[in-house]
Design a protein around this ligand. Structure first.
Ligand SMILES: [Zn+2]
Length: 415
């Protein structure tokens, strides 16, 4: 039994076109008209297969195919259809279209799964609109998505208002929680969004875990003073000290981490922010990602030591405040094994790799046995119109998803 790769590729394009905007980009921001259009198209494909589509209280679109025994826990597949601004054809969409393709292949081949099968299009995975994502998967896992109807998005629109396009409200979201006993496992097919598979010319990645993320706000405080009349020797320049620290991050990460350890300063702000004033404070974000929580702590310690030493040298002070933390999330062993078995049966070249990026699977694996399949992103590019994955890799990824579902469907008893 094999998927129809051409159908998958053409559907990726059809969903992409739903995001066409007047500014020339293709963007399906969560809850937008373009996002709703893409979801409607997706639901129409599922309904043609006789699948029952519903939207849960958190806005997750769920298409269900009955199993031979509907008292068995469901096999879940899925990902997200929302994109970042000017996003690509593959991020998220592949996991949704690929999951539907598995169901369509079942129908065409006359295969009746033992377990019910559900394809989930998660709500607002990307999260750029309100500054926090993984909204639908959090709700399904019974975790408070930490949202309110009155919060404003980046355009100043209220969440309660924009979510009317889905017909949902924040107060109801947690009612979308699925009982762990109702789920056999969850499997997500996704593009890698890194360059490891591309660089090694490997078609499929069996995901071992999703990196944990530790984020901090760091503020360095010196003294704002006149940029013309303050001698260099008399300065306590917060930005110069911060820059010295930031410059050491790659070295410290390389010395104490491994090839998957990353640390990044993504935002920076100085005050008073004037061309003729020495920066009095410099505030920046810092995040550390790795598969190993102990290593993340070690990197934090080493970075703190460096920050202290540099600030002492420049006569400035600092604060180092943790802002959020996600544990590293290993995939379920038996689901991972089922993915690996499927790849081997298909004779496709593969490697086992961790994910540096967040996915709905990060949340799902905290409650349900979860596995992930990666396919290559050309040059590691994602979140961009230049995102590209070869048709052959897409077909391989979908066939691995199909094989995995068959493997887990044939498991009996508790896994
Ligand atoms: Zn994604």
């Amino acid at each position: 039994m094999k998927v129809n790769g051409k159908r998958v590729v053409s559907r990726l394009e059809e969903i992409y076109q739903c995001g066409k905007k007047e500014d020339g980009t293709f963007t399906r921001m969560a809850f937008s008209a373009e996002d709703v259009k893409g979801r409607k198209l997706f639901a129409s494909w599922a309904e043609k297969l006789g699948m029952v589509c519903r939207m849960d209280e958190a806005g997750n679109l769920i298409a269900r195919m009955d199993g031979q025994d509907n008292s068995l826990p469901a096999i879940l597949m899925g990902s997200h259809l929302d994109t970042v601004p000017d996003g690509g054809r593959y991020d998220g969409v592949l996991g949704c279209v690929g999951a539907l393709e598995v169901c369509e292949t079942f129908r065409e081949e006359g295969y009746a799964p033992k377990h019910p099968v559900e394809v989930i299009v998660f709500t607002d995975e990307e999260g750029f609109r309100f500054g926090k994502g993984l909204t639908g998967s959090s709700a399904i896992c019974g975790q408070d998505p930490d949202v309110s109807d009155s919060e404003l998005d980046i355009y100043g629109e209220e969440r309660g208002k924009v979510m009317q396009s889905y017909g949902i409200t924040c107060g109801d979201m947690l009612r979308a929680a699925k009982a762990p006993s109702s789920v056999h496992c969850f499997i997500e097919l996704h593009i890698e969004q890194g360059a490891r598979l591309y660089k090694t010319n490997t078609s499929v990645g069996v995901v071992s875990s999703i990196a944990g993320v530790n984020r901090y706000d760091v503020t360095v405080t010196g003294e704002a003073n006149h940029a013309g009349s303050t001698a260099m020797a008399d300065r306590r320049d917060a930005l110069v000290a911060a820059a010295g620290f930031i410059n050491k991050i790659p070295e410290i990460t390389a010395a104490h981490g491994n090839e998957f350890t990353v640390a990044t300063v993504g935002t920076i702000k100085v005050t008073p922010h004037s061309v003729n004033v020495i920066p009095g404070t410099c505030t920046f974000s810092l995040e550390i990602r790795d598969q190993d929580a102990a290593l993340m702590t070690l990197i934090e310690e080493k970075l703190r030591e460096e920050l202290k030493s540099i600030c002492d040298r420049y006569g400035v002070t600092y604060t180092f405040e943790p802002t959020s933390y996600h544990d590293p999330a290993p995939m379920s062993e038996w689901v991972k094994d089922s993915v690996e078995q499927a790849v081997k049966e298909l004779g496709i070249d593969y490697t086992t790799i961790p994910s540096g990026a967040f996915h709905d699977s990060l949340i799902m694996t905290s409650v349900f046995p979860t596995g992930m399949i990666f396919v290559p992103s050309e040059k590691g590019i994602s979140h961009s119109r230049y995102e590209f994955t070869e048709d052959a890799d897409i077909e391989n990824g979908c066939n691995v998803l199909l094989g995995t579902v068959l493997n887990v469907d044939n498991m009996t008893g508790s896994c």
